[in-house]
Design a protein around this ligand. Structure first.
Ligand SMILES: [Zn+2]
Length: 144
């Protein structure tokens, strides 16, 4: 992976995760707010009965599945689209973007994050102009 590919992949990750975070986060807040308001509507804080305490615990527990679902959805997207360290497999997100771009090393294992630019094999450019080797790279489509 080159730095340019790293930046492009992080941008794509951000494009996918950001809307999910805001839309999903708003949905989670609304759902949990509805649960909380409903519980307090049924059992106001003045009601110190045993039923009220049970209802508060049930309401508290009912708030978590939406939070967990959002977390799993975000993590799944990050696992799918985050650039990976080719040595240790650590996922790079935009939190460590600048650190990786500046140092060129993985924050987890400190090995080189980017593939060094390919050098022509020794002897391949002997007597052959450099332009020929650059025009026919294996990753580039043939020029027309
Ligand atoms: Zn690593």
């Amino acid at each position: 992976m080159t730095p340019a590919q790293f930046i492009a992949q992080l941008d794509e990750l951000r494009c996918r995760v950001r809307p999910l975070f805001f839309v999903g986060g708003a949905a989670v807040v609304l759902a949990d707010l509805a649960i909380i308001l409903n519980v307090f509507d049924l059992y106001p804080l003045q009601a110190h009965s045993r039923d009220a305490r049970v209802a508060y615990w049930i309401g508290f527990a009912a708030c978590w599945p939406a939070v967990v679902a959002l977390y799993l959805a975000l993590r799944s997207n990050i696992n799918k689209y985050a650039p990976l360290c080719r040595t240790c497999g650590a996922k790079a997100t935009w939190k460590v973007r600048n650190q990786i771009l500046i140092t060129g090393h993985c924050p987890s294992c400190q090995s080189a994050f980017f593939v060094p630019l390919p050098k022509p094999p020794i002897g391949s450019s002997m007597g052959v102009p450099d332009q020929i080797g650059q025009q026919s790279g294996p990753c580039q489509p043939p020029l027309q």
